[in-house]
Ligand binder design. Sequence first.
Ligand SMILES: CC(C)(COP(=O)(O)OP(=O)(O)OC[C@H]1O[C@@H](n2cnc3c(N)ncnc32)[C@H](O)[C@@H]1OP(=O)(O)O)[C@@H](O)C(=O)NCCC(=O)NCCS
Length: 188
Amino acid sequence: MLKGRIVNLRARELADAERMHRWINDREVTATLGNRYLWSLAAEEEFLRGQTSRPPSFPDQSFAIETKDGRHIGTTGLHRASPENRNAEMGIMVGEKDCWSRGYGTDALITLLRFAFGEMNLHRVELHVYADNERGIACYRKCGFVEEVCLRQFRYRNGQWIDGLEMGVLVHEFEALHGLGAKEETHA
Ligand SMILES: CC(C)(COP(=O)(O)OP(=O)(O)OC[C@H]1O[C@@H](n2cnc3c(N)ncnc32)[C@H](O)[C@@H]1OP(=O)(O)O)[C@@H](O)C(=O)NCCC(=O)NCCS
């Protein structure tokens, strides 16, 4: 388990399928995600079975996000990691909407980035975000990501084009802000 200040990251399990199925079919949750199609539970289970039945590998790491009292609230991961370029793409979904804007996403990403930079020895992590995802952009900036590229008319949704942003963070930028050592919240 990777311990953050207010969340932990753990391996994903097949038993997560029902919650993930609920989140991926919630149009409010997917409004800011690339996914637009509706998933059956069988498809979600099949997807998770594929992910959970093989050992973790350097290029693709996925985690469940849990609050400290063990509530599964979302998912995050590092994808397409390159050992030569020492970079990877990051993705995140806090699926439980009552948990939005309470700092969980930021803590999950700081924990993920500590693992990426402090354990996997990556040099750069990047992400794509839609320009109208103000909560997401605010969260990423707090983690140390900076806007690098505007991708014009990147996404079509509700009859409209929305720009995309590519954001990135380098190891020394992250370390200066958050350090590479774990900082779990301590309770007296
Ligand atoms: C994007 C997401 C990961 C962020 O996680 P989160 O736990 O909600 O975010 P946090 O609370 O850590 O940080 C969000 C920040 O945005 C701020 N915020 C919220 N709504 C905002 C808005 N409309 N404009 C500007 N800032 C906003 C919050 O106040 C908070 O900042 P603060 O801590 O300084 O007050 C999460 O909301 C989510 O998964 N959303 C749905 C799926 C998604 O968009 N995934 C990412 C796709 S790129």
